[in-house]
Design a protein around this ligand. Structure first.
Ligand code: GDP
Length: 367
């Protein structure tokens, strides 16, 4: 069992969570874990994604054995994990294949399963709707079924489902909290709603310790380039370095509640350490338009005449848009003691700085 389990509140309200989430090596922590203490283990699906990587680092810092599920024989992204996180043991499995999930659980015997694997890009989900429903939606059902079968009676496996603010879609109220009705606007959103309700249903039907974290958009230097924040910070860096001359975007008016992924994975873990499984909204409570984000990114690079570089194109517009998201994470604050540490301005500055370094290094290599 993981350290800290059964504690109602993991962070005292207003405290600095880093005290509870040590950046020091496990051996520096106090009190030291006795030799006989069983090492907790976690299985992460979606290990090669942004959240999978932050979560693996975080769990490793707390002395977990970390397994990452990976799909396919020649997955090129596996190399990143092997190189940068050699402590993660990669295991082969696919959210589309129940028997592979059973085999992965039997081999890893995890205390905790974090289901982060998904077709997660909303724009792509419109083009590959059936695949999205299968992986992002039915994949949750398959993993829960596998946990039910492998964990047996008094099931010891705790399950985290990566639910999404995209489930709120055409929002029914503002801000959105755990009670806000869903109104998804994309195949991704509808698949996530299925995964969310399935998680609740397995908790209620079979007594599984299953939680759903409804996370609002969360970004970082590790964010995929297809998502708007990273697309923008990368383009800003390239424009600043004279490597690119325009930035082509879709709708600039949608508003999002953007937080830092490194903060959000801590909330995932905290959800699995409570006495009772529950669902939580994780958000910053602040919202900004895409346009404001673009302006901020350019300004972080010292470019004021940013509008001169922007062109809009239908290609990046969606069949249905989510206009406004802003989350109310009071429940997480109160019960988990969780609060975001990195604010929006710091996040965008961090991403621009990282892309400046990456792009200048790349340009240097090519020169
Ligand atoms: P999402 O909230 O999960 O869809 O995250 P994204 O980062 O993909 O998109 C956030 C918002 O930015 C959405 O409302 C998009 O329509 C909008 N947007 C505007 N231009 C672009 C673009 O070029 N790429 C992406 N990914 N989003 C864009």
């Amino acid at each position: 069992m993981a350290p800290g389990r059964g504690t109602a509140q993991l962070f005292s309200a207003g405290s600095v969570p880093t005290a509870l989430f040590p950046s020091t090596s496990p051996s520096d922590r106090d009190p030291p874990r006795p030799e006989v203490y069983p090492v907790p283990s976690a299985l992460i699906t979606g290990i090669t994604g942004q959240d999978g990587q932050y979560l693996a680092e975080f769990l490793h810092s707390m002395d977990y054995d970390v397994y990452g599920m990976i799909k396919g024989q020649q997955n090129p992204r596996a190399e990143i994990i092997k190189t940068e996180m050699p402590y993660v043991e990669l295991v082969s499995g696919d959210l589309q294949d129940l028997s592979s999930l059973i085999a992965v659980l039997e081999y890893t015997q995890p205390d905790e399963v974090y289901n982060l694997g998904a077709i997660s890009f909303v724009a792509l989900s419109f083009k590959q709707a059936e695949l999205t429903a299968n992986v992002t939606g039915l994949g949750v059902l398959r993993m829960l079924e596998a946990i039910k079968l492998v964990g047996g009676a008094d099931n010891p496996i705790r399950f985290y489902q990566a639910s999404s603010s995209e489930m709120f879609g055409k929002v029914r109220e503002t801000p959105q909290n755990e009670e806000t009705p869903f109104y998804p606007r994309s195949p991704y959103g509808t698949a996530k709603v299925f995964g969310h309700h399935t998680t609740v249903n397995y908790r209620e039907s079979y007594g599984l310790y299953a939680c759903s974290g409804i996370l609002f958009n969360h970004e970082s230097p590790r964010r995929g380039i297809e998502f708007v924040t990273r697309k923008v910070t990368n383009a800003v860096a390239r424009i600043k370095l004279g490597l690119q001359h325009e930035l082509v975007l879709g709708d600039l008016s949608p508003k999002r509640d953007w937080g830092y992924a490194g903060d959000y994975v801590k909330a995932m873990w905290a959800m699995l350490q409570q006495d009772e499984p529950q669902d939580f909204v994780i958000a910053t409570g602040r919202t900004h338009s895409v346009e404001t984000m673009v302006e901020l990114a350019f300004k972080a690079a010292g470019i004021d005449d940013w509008r001169d570089y922007i062109r809009q194109d239908e290609r990046f517009m969606r069949p249905a848009e989510v206009d406004l998201l802003v989350g109310d994470c009071s429940k997480a604050k109160e019960i988990l003691g969780w609060e975001p540490e990195v604010d929006f301005e710091q996040l965008i500055a961090m991403m621009v700085e990282n892309d400046m370094a990456l792009e200048s290094a790349k340009a240097g290599r090519q020169a």
